[in-house]
Design a protein around this ligand. Structure first.
Ligand code: HEC
Length: 109
């Protein structure tokens, strides 16, 4: 997610030095049938920063609707079982975001 935004910016910077040599290209990839983007909402950045290193957003989005407590335990499981480097301070934002996203109507997530 972050990489997609950063790479074109770097290309732009490089373009300032030597405009003739830089070939612009789309640096993003799209996996089939995978909703890559997370819907807008509070806590989205925390999820992007802490949760998308190992799996795509769809792993998180395509879950049965569960409570905030359950999301907290899922995040705990990511940390303990999979050694996810999740920032403790970000956990409430992550949990809040997941609950928010699951409350969206079907078509918006
Ligand atoms: C260090 C790697 C890693 C990080 C970072 C990570 N996960 Fe996971 N996650 C996994 C693995 C491995 C699985 C199980 C295999 C799979 O489904 O890909 C998994 C599975 C899941 C699942 C599927 C249901 C389940 O309980 O297995 C959910 C939901 C999930 N992760 C949410 C999150 C959230 C939310 C975050 C951010 C707090 C996060 N993950 C960060 C590795 C990670």
């Amino acid at each position: 997610m972050m990489r997609r935004a950063i790479l074109p910016a770097l290309l732009l910077l490089a373009a300032c030095d030597s405009p003739a040599k830089v070939a612009f290209q789309d640096a993003s990839i799209a996996l089939p049938d995978d909703p890559i983007d997370l819907p807008e909402g509070p806590g989205r950045d925390a999820v992007l920063e802490n949760c998308t290193a190992c799996h795509s957003p769809s792993t998180m989005l395509q879950q049965p609707k569960v409570s905030a407590e359950k999301w907290e335990s899922i995040v705990g499981k990511m940390k303990k079982l999979y050694k996810a480097p999740v920032d403790d301070a970000a956990v409430p934002a992550i949990v809040g975001y997941m609950v928010h996203v699951q409350s969206l109507p079907e078509g918006e997530r």
